[in-house]
Structures are given as structure tokens and as C-alpha cells.
Write a protein that binds this ligand. Structure first.
Ligand SMILES: [Zn+2]
Ligand SMILES: [Zn+2]
Length: 177
């Protein structure tokens, strides 16, 4: 699996903006400079961004406008909302604009990372899903898989806390390994 998509992929450049403009047009919306700036931010981030992240990276854009733009972009099918574990939504470009991927969700700090599975992973996943849905008559079109856990930073903090909580090891008698 490769962690995060760099700026070199198909989400960069004019083809992205052309696609977004077309979707907004179909939704009777205009591709304003504010919306364009947001799409650029989301494309470059390579992972879902919170309103907080956006405010940090685009300090001149009022949060209220950022939020309104995101809602409009979502309605036009350009942006997708991602639920994290801290109660704050994150936002990313729709999968059919970027590519199918999964999320690593830190349940401590709320950070969400993108991971792109290998074709073999997706094949196995789809055949498992077929066995899961088969008898119900349900037809799977798509799936989402969020992995819950601790990011590297939070895991280090968690291990440190765990070590402190452990009772002190009793000294071993001399002569034993
Ligand atoms: Zn974390
Ligand atoms: Zn998948």
C-alpha cells in the first residue's frame, strides 16, 4: 500500500479544474476563485482536511465561506465528507475524481490518512464482500473501509502512558537471565 497521493497524480492541473467546473455547471453553480482555491488545497493535501486544517492553510478565507463552498462542492459531487472520530467532519475530493482508497482514522487525535490498496487487496476485498452479501440478494456497488487505531504520534504517547501505569518490575534475583 502507498500512503497518500502526491501532487504528481491525476488530481493535479487543468484536467482537475475542467472536471470540477463541468460538475459545478451541471449543478448550476459557478467555479469561483474561492472554490478553486479549496479544490487546490484538497488536491494537494493528499488526505481529508478539517475546517480547522483549511483555516490554517488558507488563513485569508473566512471559515464561513470555506464551509459554504464545501457544501456547494459536495452537492455538485466534487467533494465528499469523511467522518472522523473526533466529531469533526473532514473533506476530500470525490473518489471518482481522485481514486478509490481507504482511510486510517486515529481515534485519539482525529487525524485521517489515505491509503491506496493494491489491486490484489481490492480483488480479495470484493470477493469477501460477495460472500458476505450473496445470500441476502444485496448487490454491492462500492465499499468504504476505515481502519480505526492510533497514528504514530498518538501510539507513542499511548505506549508511554501504558509504561507509566505498569507496576515497577520486581528486581530479579542475581544469576537469572
Ligand atoms: Zn493521532
Ligand atoms: Zn477498497
Amino acid at each position: 500500500m502507498t500512503v497518500s497521493r502526491g501532487p504528481g497524480d491525476k488530481t493535479g492541473g487543468d484536467s482537475l479544474h475542467g472536471l470540477v467546473e463541468e460538475r459545478l455547471r451541471q449543478a448550476a453553480q459557478r467555479y469561483t476563485s474561492g472554490r478553486r482555491a479549496l479544490v487546490d488545497l484538497l488536491a494537494q493535501a493528499g488526505h481529508p482536511l478539517s475546517i480547522e486544517d483549511i483555516a490554517e492553510q488558507a488563513p485569508r478565507m473566512p471559515r464561513s465561506s470555506a464551509y459554504r463552498h464545501l457544501v456547494d462542492l459536495q452537492q455538485a459531487g466534487v467533494v465528499r465528507r469523511v467522518a472522523a472520530n473526533d466529531g469533526y467532519f473532514r473533506f476530500e475530493l470525490a473518489e471518482d475524481i481522485t481514486e478509490h482508497h481507504h482511510h486510517l482514522v486515529c481515534t485519539y487525535c482525529g487525524q485521517v490518512l489515505d491509503v491506496t490498496p493494491t489491486p490484489a487487496f481490492e480483488q480479495a476485498m470484493n470477493s469477501y464482500l460477495a460472500s458476505l452479501t450473496g445470500s441476502s440478494g444485496f448487490v454491492s456497488d462500492d465499499h468504504r473501509l476505515d481502519v480505526l487505531g492510533a497514528c504514530a504520534t498518538c501510539n507513542r504517547a499511548r505506549s508511554a502512558r501504558r509504561d507509566q501505569a505498569l507496576p515497577r518490575a520486581t528486581p530479579q534475583p542475581a544469576g537469572r537471565p
